[in-house]
Design a protein around this ligand. Structure first.
Ligand SMILES: Nc1nc2c(c(=O)[nH]1)N[C@H]1C(S)=C(S)[C@@H](COP(=O)(O)O)O[C@H]1N2
Ligand SMILES: [Mo]
Length: 169
């Protein structure tokens, strides 16, 4: 088990402050569907065909810099930019504060509104369903969060998204 003591730079932007960890490699469940929780108790269910109706975005030169095995990449990940996904469900211009992305194996990250509206030059944080133009398998993390700015670790590249929760407080 690799566990770094003390804060990482992720602590600045991510209040869940994930630490380096040994990744899981076995999909915890077979079903890639996830739930979107919006402020006000609204809940929506998303499966692969639902997500494919959204505007697509593609990010090249992505690496998964793993601590548990060798790093991989560069890849082109594609899917739906998280900001577009939230805007199209909540209404663009809606006020919200943070979004939590939680996996089926209870791994998660929290991303601030600011981080999404002012994306890193490396590319927008994306709910990916494809890698190098080929549909992700469940083993490869479908649906997987891609955080292009994360270059020295992969703890925010959440595989097997089960829940996306938008927080307004
Ligand atoms: N759901 C989930 N996502 C996860 C993890 C995990 O254990 N569960 N581990 C993270 C870590 S620590 C790493 S290094 C990468 C590994 O990604 P890979 O399997 O594509 O190499 O996944 C990240 N995303
Ligand atoms: Mo990792």
């Amino acid at each position: 088990m690799i566990d770094h003591d003390g804060p990482t730079d992720h602590g600045q932007s991510d209040p869940l402050n994930p630490k380096s960890r040994e990744p899981n490699f076995i999909p915890p469940t077979a079903d890639p569907a996830f739930l979107l929780h919006l402020p006000g108790g609204i809940e929506k269910h998303f499966d692969l065909p639902d997500l494919q109706e959204y505007p697509r975005s593609s990010i090249s030169d992505c690496y998964i810099v793993s601590t548990g095995h060798s790093s991989s990449g560069p890849f082109v990940f594609s899917g739906v930019a998280l900001i577009d996904f939230i805007d199209l469900n909540l209404g663009s211009g809606s006020e919200w504060n943070q979004v939590e992305v939680i996996s089926a194996d209870d791994f998660g990250v929290r991303i601030s509104f600011r981080e999404l509206v002012d994306p890193d030059p490396a590319g927008p944080i994306t709910i990916a369903d494809a890698r190098d133009g080929i549909l992700l398998t469940r083993s490869l993390g479908l649906f997987r969060l891609i955080v292009p700015s994360e270059r020295d670790d992969a703890i925010r590249q959440v595989k097997w998204i089960r829940k996306i929760r938008v927080l307004d407080g």
